[in-house]
Design a binder for this molecule. Structure first.
Ligand SMILES: [Zn+2]
Length: 124
């Protein structure tokens, strides 16, 4: 079994690992608890396109010591922005739960398998 050996310091951004003075809340909808609050630079990227959804990879076990969970799952730190209509084309029919979650929060966690598929779609 994998045992995490690294702990995230409080003033380090979970998403880019940069040390910052203050972590921020996302403007759109802050569904992230304190542990996952982005630094100003990551936040600007996350909010750069209002027509996009932030998609982050999540797994069932923590990768860091004392990692806080997000709805029972643990983000890995990998994320991307995807146009809402592209997202809806894929998940609107295939996965109603994912689609509804994204409507509320403008972000959604997906398994590594789905994340790999989305990476291909976004960057192809
Ligand atoms: Zn950051």
């Amino acid at each position: 079994m994998f045992m995490p050996t690294i702990k995230k310091p409080e003033n380090v951004c979970f998403w880019c690992h940069e040390e910052v003075d203050e972590l921020t809340q996302r403007r759109v909808v802050d569904d992230f608890n304190k542990y996952y609050r982005p630094c100003p630079s990551c936040r600007a990227k996350m909010e750069s396109d209002p027509d996009s959804i932030m998609i982050y990879e999540e797994v069932e076990a923590p990768g860091l010591i004392d990692q806080s969970d997000l709805d029972g799952m643990y983000p890995t730190g990998r994320w991307l922005l995807m146009k809402r209509n592209a997202f809806n084309d894929i998940f609107g029919k295939a996965d109603n739960d994912l689609w509804e979650a994204s409507e509320e929060t403008h972000s959604v966690g997906v398994s590594p398998q789905i994340y790999a598929i989305l990476i291909e779609k976004v960057f192809s």
